[in-house]
Design a protein around this ligand. Structure first.
Ligand SMILES: [Fe+2]
Length: 184
């Protein structure tokens, strides 16, 4: 019989892994196991109104529900802490970037994460995210630190110019990211 998915025990398990000896590996193991049955996650998750919902956050771990709607990207950014992403509905398209020869950034790989996929990014990894399905993508993102308080970087997708991450600049840069995604 399937194990099922219960949000509070999942959160407790992640909290205790984040305080363990090798948090990155332990969190990844939990996500690999739990997201092997994405429909159990989908039936166990509440239907949130908001697109980003902090399920738990302290200095060791931030656990976020993330919904991406078609055509509404997040421009390139890093986190300064590691993150693992588990998708349970739709497709969350992650583009990874590296420095280019002109002081800018260029896409190094693209990962279309569907239900059951788990993807990890290190503290200095740079990604942009957009919905890759007709219906919104639904995922849980687990960051090993306090995402709301960490100082991290956002990049202008046209020039690679680096700035401190802020919601205002995310909104300002979104149209340029939309243009780039529309051409891809
Ligand atoms: Fe991110």
């Amino acid at each position: 019989m399937a194990e099922g998915f219960e949000l509070n025990s999942f959160l407790d398990e992640l909290k205790s892994a984040s305080r363990g000896a090798s948090p990155t590996a332990e969190v990844r193991q939990i996500l690999d196991r739990v997201f092997a049955d994405p429909s159990a996650v989908a039936s166990g998750m509440p239907a949130y109104e908001q697109d980003d919902k902090i399920l738990f956050e302290d200095d060791a771990v931030s656990i976020w529900f993330c919904r991406f709607r078609p055509g509404d990207p997040v421009p390139p950014h890093d986190h300064q802490i590691s993150v693992s992403i588990g998708v349970y509905e739709g497709v969350e398209k992650n583009s990874m970037y590296r420095a280019d020869a002109n002081g800018g950034i260029e896409v190094s790989s693209v990962h279309e994460l569907g239900p059951g996929d788990v993807f990890s990014i290190g503290p200095t990894g740079i990604h942009s995210v957009i919905c890759g399905s007709e219906a919104p993508s639904l995922a849980i993102h687990v960051y090993l630190g306090n995402l709301s308080e960490v100082e991290r970087n956002l990049f202008d997708p046209r020039t690679g110019e680096r700035m401190r991450f802020s919601d205002e600049d995310v909104e300002r840069l979104k149209p340029y990211q939309q243009e780039i995604e529309a051409r891809a």
